[in-house]
Design a protein around this ligand. Sequence first.
Ligand code: BG6
Length: 495
Amino acid sequence: MVTAEQSLETADPTNIVIFGAAGDLTKRKLIPSLVRMLKSGLVHEDSRIIGVVNNRTEEVWFNLIRESLSEFSPEVGMDDEKWAVFSSRMKMVPGDLAKEDTYTRLAEALESLGGRKNAMFYCAVPPEWYGEVANGLEKSGLVSEDEGYRRLVIEKPFGMDLETARALNIELQSVFNERQIYRIDHYLGKESVQNLLVYRFANSIMEPLWNRNYIDHIQISVSETLGIEYRAKYYEHSGALRDMIQSHLMQVMTLVAMEPPVEFTADAVRDEKMKVLRAVRRFDPDTVKKQTVAAQYASGVVNDEHVSAYVAEEGVSPDSATETFAAVRFYIDNWRWQGVPFILWTGKRLPKKVSEVMIRFRKPPFNLFDSHASIPAANALVFRLQPEGGVVLRLNAKKPGLTTDNEEMVMRAPYADDASEVADAYEVLMHDVLTGDGTLFSRSDEVEESWSIVEPILEAWKDRFSIERYRAGTWDIEAMDELSQDCACGWHKPT
Ligand code: BG6
């Protein structure tokens, strides 16, 4: 993680190898981040970006990258002069990932670049290729760290259930050491998520309140306005539980719930996160029914535009019961959190794009003021993760005038006055890989533990043939009100 002191630490020169270098992730996220990192000095100017690309010439790939920069990241202002400098650091290796000679060519290309011996291998390809890539690298001698480090970066999903996650871990660990594997969860790269840790552990007023004695419940949510876009094939098998809750939201939950680590290092932090996961109460068929919600969007209006139902999206089966909204009410059975519900929820085609962590405190025990005055609301501390990061504290204050009645007072503190100062998650995470800091990456045991927690839910949902529908652009999901009805102030919909 980039801290204030290290914020300008330039990583050692590295060969940054991208598999899937003509794909969407590379165009939208990796290349723009690398451009900015080179500019800000986070990436050493002697580093090289090597794209492994199939069925394209180097010239075609270069043009594709340049066009995508102007399409997705016009703010980087890639004029001819800048492009000449940036592209002089790029090289393409042609080849099919399934063929051994691709990795031999890659090894030769890295050798020919000379000097730099460090290598980061970024798998911006579908997960079914991860094992193939790791094995190809090993066969061509690219895994040995005799002369420089070798790090493998993979993106979620890390398996589709416990069994496939285990198989993937075993396959990758047969080639790389666990410390060489960086499993990206882009939520942990968001500065506002890291700010959560700083709020918790750099302030002394939080800790005394951060437990079952003062907290009624916690909601961690990602509400999206987008639908599934072009990803029907993946999403039909994934659904919101796998796509968001098992990964991003449970990761954020571990940061909110963990004990203070003994030091801010990768293993100390991940050990504490792991303890939280181990303490999560397991589900059975009965608790799955009572503590989860699944729903799917019907057609509706989002941001003033008519949008179609999930089942009418291209590539989706007309009788699909895949959930586009999911909520799970977790309990963490330990000393600090016994009895406090953690409600994690997420949905697509909702009225707003907002991600939040809301800590709802217990209600005041007694209303001291006018007997007919409204009962003060339970206080809330809301960490807004996006779109604009910040912290909101909701307190009760006296209404002006000759009354002791109260009203809610909202104190807002934006995370950054100038949003352009906030680093993109991929900049933070790639810099961490280049400097060998695994703190914000998921370790294999965390991934397996979170799959084992959601497994009974997946099992119960597997043969579902009908599902509650909500109109796109609305919060009309009745089951959510039921899920949170005994919680202070109920379902917290972001405003
Ligand atoms: C991805 C999911 O991991 O995260 C997407 O696969 C989701 O379905 C996205 O839209 C949300 O990320 P963000 O950063 O836009 O909240």
